[in-house]
Design a protein around this ligand. Structure first.
Ligand SMILES: [Zn+2]
Length: 350
């Protein structure tokens, strides 16, 4: 609470602008890549039991608020291609933001695109090609679909002989998350889809509102000048959990399918999950050999001229921009990283 009030005070009195000024003087302007997944309707967001809302996805009016806030604070919203060009030239023109959306949900077309058009700002959508043109969800989303489809207070999972609490929407979400962690800890990724289908007896399909984009939708998006399409792996398996040949397949197959079906060149990639432990030099090498020019992670921070093009940092979009506005702008400015650097310098001196 004190932290939030402090941030409110700091931002309210323009000190955040001073931090950004200091960063620019010391290290030059930066490019902050922001990531989200779904953009749900305001109506769905108003329902506290909606599982996408519980999972922290943003909604139409919140994304609009976030874009308006970024523009108000003087950020230029640029495409991933423009960012890559600026990094390559060694010349970042001004503090900028790149908007990115992972996992390829249908609402990227129905809800995200109209907002981009309203503000005339670009975004990149990273796609997992295995679910495109099917009526399936990605493996972790299938677990969520299953747990939320049940009309009871507890569910017995045969695979680990465990009973999970699904008595409230929040508990259901936590239980689905715990089962996801169990699966990752005990089984190789190539078994995830089969095990989930066996366990859930096909009750893991998405509702009409939770679908992924179709190939026709992607055909529409590829012709939109504000949209860049990138790859996000075939099945969304954490790459570091795959052996090298599966990881290579996961990367290359998503690129190959998108390029062949849509007749476009894919230049950008987003690592599934994207934490520091989720990708390594082998994956970077595969991407570079496939002609990919940038890969984004979920390591937090602002990118400056010394950026590793296969480990671009990103900042998450908050679910409720107005409530989390100070925290959001704090992260967009890279203030936490600057402060921890200063703290370490002070510690080293004393
Ligand atoms: Zn993802």
């Amino acid at each position: 609470m004190v932290k939030v009030l402090l941030k409110k005070f700091i931002i309210g009195f323009g000190l955040l602008r001073s931090i950004r000024w200091l960063q620019r003087k010391l290290r030059g302007p930066g490019i902050t890549v922001i990531y989200g997944h779904r953009v749900i309707s305001d109506e769905d967001f108003a329902n506290p039991a909606n599982h996408s809302r519980i999972a922290g996805h943003t909604c139409v009016s919140d994304l609009s608020n976030a874009i308006a806030l970024l523009l108000e604070h003087g950020y230029k919203i640029i495409s991933i291609d423009e960012a890559v060009q600026q990094f390559a030239k060694g010349e970042i023109k001004q503090d900028s933001v790149v908007l990115t959306f992972d996992d390829g949900f249908e609402d990227n077309l129905t809800n995200l695109l109209p907002i981009l058009k309203k503000y005339d700002v670009p975004a990149t959508c990273y796609i997992n090609s295995s679910v495109i043109g099917t009526n399936k969800s990605l493996w972790f989303q299938s677990i969520l679909n299953y747990f939320f489809s049940l009309d009871s207070k507890r569910v017995f999972v045969k695979l680990n002989s465990k009973e999970y609490d699904i008595s409230t929407p929040k508990r259901t979400f936590r239980s689905a998350f715990r089962f996801t962690r169990y699966l990752q800890a005990e089984y190789p990724p190539e078994e995830f889809n089969r095990l989930i289908e066996e366990e859930t007896n096909k009750k893991c399909l998405p509702s009409d509102k939770d679908k992924h984009l179709s190939w026709d939708d992607l055909e529409t998006l590829k012709n939109e000048p504000l949209i860049t399409l990138g790859a996000h792996s075939f099945n969304h398996y954490p790459l570091a959990m795959c052996d090298n040949s599966l990881a290579e397949f996961e990367i290359l197959e998503s690129i190959r399918q998108l390029e062949n079906k849509l007749d476009i060149k894919i230049d950008h990639f987003s690592y599934p999950r994207g934490h520091v432990e989720d990708f390594n030099d082998f994956h970077k090498q595969v991407l570079s050999s496939a002609g990919i020019s940038s890969a984004v992670s979920t390591i937090r921070g602002v990118n400056r001229l010394n950026v590793d093009m296969y480990s671009i940092k990103r900042v998450g979009l908050p679910a409720n921009t107005l409530e989390d506005k100070y925290d959001f702008m704090w992260h967009v400015a890279g203030a936490p990283q600057l402060l921890s650097k200063l703290k370490n310098k002070v510690r080293a001196k004393f």
